[in-house]
Design a protein around this ligand. Structure first.
Ligand code: 8OZ
Length: 370
């Protein structure tokens, strides 16, 4: 009797392919966006970045380090941009290398808003924010690890310019060879600052009600999706992370509405950091299943997952894919190591940010299979 193999396994595994919008992933292991602060002159990704990302091309999907959409969008030293021709050409080297090695890569687009320091901005500029409230947080600037600067509130007439920067950056991303874009709506940067009422005290159409506070997210993602297609557009959210001095009076209602609005745009994926970024997963109660129920596209889960947790999340349908951060810093062949249940290299914190090849492109892969 002929038995035809089913193309979609009834119970998916982390190691099965999956389609996310227009992207065909060879497995469900995603490389999370990771700031490495190694961009060169002009905030252009270095040739080493092509090697670093290329080494990790066996990930089902790579999400690039956060990449600024314009000069005021920068908040840390040596993070790359995607708003000049030289930056686009630098990224082209990266995407070519990842594709040559069979991988998929999207760029994470960010605007840091108030999480910046005057020394990182053009002369005379200060950080911009929904409201003129300084965050109690620090950043890496040329002079060291410093308190962020006092921000100014964006005028309502300036908001279309921010949306336009994201639109143009998304166009540049496609020109640079990226397979798509992830809009950074997490971790206390500009879009998250508008979402949460701890940082947004505006009394115009972008502040106050949940509808108003989700407006910038919606407008940015709508502009990006219109430019490059919703099937190549995703968003990262972190509903309860406290990083960068963030809090909200009702995160469940806020983020359910945010995801509902993203669903209406038909975007490819939502990528959610569960709990405190890089920290405890249970810092505040939150119903992630209820959040996911608002969205019909692909769901990427993140934060502190190990192999067993990730496999269970995919098997039980809580996520279509799982993103790993620090494990990908230290293990270029993380997918193989997870598949073979092989030991993992330990990441070295001292080389996370800045520097050259050490702690960047010199983590060893397993020997080739005999
Ligand atoms: C670590 C250091 C600097 C930036 C984030 C882009 O938290 C970041 C970031 C992380 O999303």
């Amino acid at each position: 009797m002929a038995v035809s193999p089913s193309p979609v396994p009834a119970v998916p595994s982390l190691f099965d392919p999956v389609r996310i919008g227009a992207l065909e992933l060879s497995n469900r292991i995603v490389m999370a966006p990771l700031t490495r602060s190694r961009a060169g002159e002009g905030l252009v990704p270095s040739p080493l970045a092509a090697e670093y990302y290329g080494q990790r091309a066996s990930a089902g999907l790579i999400i690039s380090e956060a990449t600024q959409v314009g000069p005021l969008a920068q908040g840390y030293i040596a993070t790359p941009g995607i708003y000049t021709r030289e930056q686009v050409e630098g990224w082209r080297r990266v995407t070519d290398e990842v594709h040559r090695r069979g991988g998929r890569i999207v760029v994470q687009l960010w605007h840091v808003g108030r999480v910046s320091h005057v020394s990182l901005l053009p002369p005379g500029e200060v950080p911009v924010a929904p409201s003129a409230i300084r965050a109690s947080t620090k950043t890496f600037a040329p002079e060291g690890y410093v308190d962020v600067s006092e921000p100014r509130a964006l005028g309502i007439d300036e908001i279309p310019g921010v949306v336009e920067e994201f639109r143009q950056a998304a166009r540049n991303a496609i020109d640079a060879g990226f397979d798509g874009v992830e809009v950074h709506g997490a971790n206390g940067y500009l879009i998250d600052q508008f979402l949460r009422d701890g940082s947004n005290r505006r009394d115009d159409a972008y502040g106050g009600s949940i509808e108003n506070r989700t407006r910038l997210l919606f407008e940015v993602v709508e502009a990006v999706a219109r430019e490059i297609g919703p099937e190549r557009t995703g968003v990262r959210l972190a509903p309860v992370t406290p990083v960068n001095d963030m809090h909200d009076s009702n995160p469940q209602a806020l983020f359910e509405r945010a995801v509902e609005r993203l669903d209406a745009l038909g975007i490819a994926f939502v990528h959610v950091i569960e709990g405190a970024t890089g920290g405890p997963r249970d810092n505040l109660p939150f119903d992630y299943a209820a959040l996911r129920a608002k969205f019909r596209g692909a769901w990427i889960a993140n934060n502190g997952y190990d192999r067993d947790m990730a496999e269970a999340a995919v098997r039980e349908g809580r996520a279509d894919a799982v993103a790993f951060g620090r494990a990908f810093i230290a293990n270029p062949d993380l997918v193989r190591r997870l598949r073979e249940n092989a030991p993992l290299n330990t990441p070295d914190r001292d080389t996370f940010y800045g520097g050259g090849a050490r702690g960047y492109t010199d983590y060893p892969a397993l020997d080739p299979a005999p």
